[in-house]
Ligand binder design. Sequence first.
Ligand code: CIZ
Length: 308
Amino acid sequence: MNDLIEEINDLKKRRDAAILAHYYQDGEIQDLADITGDSLKLAREATKVTHSTIVFCGVHFMAETAKILNPDKRVLLPDLQAGCSLAESCPADKLARYQEMLRQNGRRFQTVTYVNSAAAVKALSDWVVTSGNAEAIVRRVPSDCEILFVPDRHLGQYLQEVTGRKMILWDGSCIVHEIFSVGDLLAMKRKLPGSIALAHPECPANIREHSDFIGGTEAMLKHLATYAEPRDFLVATEANMMWQMQSKFPQHRYHPVPGIACACNKCPHMARNTLEKLRDCLALETPEIVWQPTFDRAREVLQRSLLN
Ligand code: CIZ
């Protein structure tokens, strides 16, 4: 393992590469990264990278976003098959047909798209949001327009609740956040009185309503920073997030909320990126995210939504 890490660090220098890693990656990958973050932070940081190559340890739409915002960089993704159930639920052709049907019915709307989507879908959108900026962007949509929110219906429902804006919701969901067990969450709260439940807004309403704090990963970290004394936190988001929590705030105890059918929730797509694949992609300079025709229009939307 130490040899592998040395090899990666050596290749990183030789390839003039910066490693960006999402909080949902295994701790050993986050440990090696130059920058860790949620997709909003990583998208913004990617635009400041001075190296010629970015190795993106995350899923496909995140690496694609890094490429779109930094066309001159070579962007590598250790496993090109690292996808996302939300992105899969919303193919661009299906969205285009749905938008057309709404227009034909005289509906005046703007499309607000969660970053967990393909570039071709972003290209059909007015706005792209992450869990970190969704509320602020939704508040920017003119009040005389309806909002078509794609693809996460749980995040959309949450945004309806906090902003009071009614939305037309796409029927997508995240396979990790959808399966937390409310029965187990309630049992954990009984077992650990005084514990604080943190839920991601991609979780369904039954989990959110029994949680003390709802927010994306960066918001969760900010919230943890408000507790000086050791506490018990029940965490309803991807289990690797606890590695970041533990490193930044080691005084607390973190307990993963189990899924309905498993002890904890790890994203199988994120798990495709391993140290070995990270080494290989640096050595072979592939797989690479290659510029696609839809990236031009997606770039306008991403720049307006994430960088301003
Ligand atoms: O926006 C992201 O990075 C995701 C997928 C989750 C979060 O809340 O950070």
